[in-house]
Design a binder for this molecule. Structure first.
Ligand SMILES: [Zn+2]
Length: 465
């Protein structure tokens, strides 16, 4: 990072926000056109970096203003990067998710100006990601019960222990993030301490001011520690990130930024449980509530059936002896189960399901078991075949509409000579074609971000000749 220390400090607040948005949750910001806001068509690397920063600012100031709104009598919401929900029980309030730390003061002010100053009896946390728990210190009082899933502690533990690794990985995807994770103060990850843990064996139901609260474990798609809050009298279901940022969508069983593999069957059971409630209003912690019993039932059912389909087809293919590559190609949602893959991508989920069940050893090659990496062998092959010849053939493959095959050859050529311009140029074109494909098919945000980063890196290598 080449910026001077003074600018680094003045930009810190902005970066903290973006850092939290991207590191600890799965809801990427989207523009009105459905593209991730952080993205612009790549030009020069410096232009791209500036665009990213500007987009991040725009995201905060334009796309996620803090405003209080009333969803139903006694049920209020403060919008933001992540919404905070407040249920007014008369003498006190119950909070569901506390949002990002940096927006907590504004969200609290907006909500309390709606209902007045009242004690906070409970803060229910939908899961341990920082955009849902970050505001907790701003709301917590001496007698506040902080409710979380029993797995919350374990999720926080491993994310904290792997923070340096995951931070680097996230920073590779999102280069405007701070150079180091925030490790001190209220914005540091891992500081929230639940006081009441809930799971299937120890559900938590309480009544306050005539309102019944049922805390429901809903693990599966966005982590093992997902909780939902059900208000049975109002038929309102507050789901946090259980259904992701878009409804309905194919879930993020696999996260590119890195997290433990999520369990498809657990998620199917969660969806069964939510469908049985017959909610009439669905309140995710990102974006707007969804209203309408039939719309919600249809969406939940479609998500459940799509996950079931992908799971079953993957397992069937595994038992038939197909390779993971074949199944990533073959398993596609049938038209009646089609869903947005902007967030979760079916082919990546196929591979996740495979490796969740069968581990990383695919019984494919002895070399899988040992320590010589394919990259090391690539360098040998590249030298033997010659980068020029490989690049020429890669260009022909690209012309034949095979950008992935071309990319493989470019990687072999570049393993032998990382600065070989013809290989870099073909790689650049192959990545651009993949990006065009990504935009014209599933518009998966993570795929688009990854390809744009790879194009940026290739451009840098090309300009360094
Ligand atoms: Zn989130």
């Amino acid at each position: 990072m080449s910026r001077p220390a003074s600018t680094r400090h003045s930009a810190r607040t902005r970066w903290v926000v973006v850092f939290m948005v991207f590191v600890f949750f799965d809801a990427l910001p989207y523009s009105a056109t459905g593209d991730p806001l952080s993205q612009r068509p790549p030009r020069s690397a410096s232009e791209d970096n500036r665009n990213i920063s500007e987009s991040a600012d725009g995201f905060m100031t334009q796309m996620t203003p803090v405003e209080a709104r009333t969803i139903a009598p006694s049920v209020h919401q403060a919008t933001g990067v992540s919404n905070t929900q407040l249920i007014d029980t008369g003498d006190s309030v119950v909070l569901f998710d506390s949002g990002l730390a940096i927006q907590a003061t504004a969200q609290k002010k907006a909500l309390l100006s709606t209902v007045g100053e009242k004690p906070v009896s409970h803060i229910v946390l939908s899961h341990s990601h920082q955009d849902h728990v970050g505001g907790t210190p701003f709301w917590e009082e001496a007698n506040t019960v902080i409710v979380a899933h029993r797995e919350f502690t374990e999720e926080q533990r491993y994310l904290k222990e792997l923070e340096p690794y995951l931070h680097d990985r996230n920073r590779a995807l999102f280069p405007w993030m701070p150079e180091e994770p925030i490790t001190a103060g209220p914005m540091a990850f891992g500081t929230v301490k639940p006081t009441l843990l809930v799971d299937d064996e120890t559900p938590y139901v309480f009544e306050q001011g005539g309102i019944r609260f049922e805390i429901i474990p809903t693990p599966g798609a966005e982590g093992t520690d997902n909780l939902s809050l059900w208000l049975p009298k109002q038929k309102i279901l507050l789901v946090g990130d259980t259904l992701g940022p878009i409804f309905p969508q194919f879930p993020n069983i696999f996260t590119m930024r890195g997290e433990k593999t999520r369990k498809p069957i657990e998620y199917i059971q969660t969806l069964d449980r939510l469908i049985a409630l017959e909610p009439e209003i669905l309140v995710p912690s990102h974006r707007d509530p969804i209203v309408g019993k039939e719309t919600i039932r249809e969406g939940l059912t479609r998500i459940r059936d799509a996950v079931r389909y992908v799971h079953d087809e993957t397992v069937r293919g595994m038992n038939e002896g197909k390779t993971v590559w074949q199944l990533m190609e073959e398993v596609q949602l049938p038209p009646e189960l089609s869903l947005s893959q902007v967030h979760g991508r079916v082919s990546w989920s196929v591979r996740s399901i495979w490796e969740y069940y069968a581990t990383w050893f695919h019984f494919d090659s002895t070399t899988e078991l040992y320590t010589v990496s394919p990259r090391e062998v690539y360098a040998d092959v590249g030298r033997i075949a010659g980068p020029e010849r490989l690049s020429q053939h890669a260009r022909e493959l690209l012309d034949q509409g095979k950008p992935l095959n071309a990319l493989h050859l470019c990687e072999i050529a570049l393993a032998a000579d990382p600065t070989f311009q013809p290989a870099l140029q073909v790689q650049r074109n192959a990545l651009s074609e993949l990006l065009d494909q990504a935009r014209s098919t599933f518009e998966n945000s993570y795929e688009i971000i990854w390809l744009q980063q790879e194009i940026r890196k290739t451009d840098q290598a090309l300009s360094m000749k």
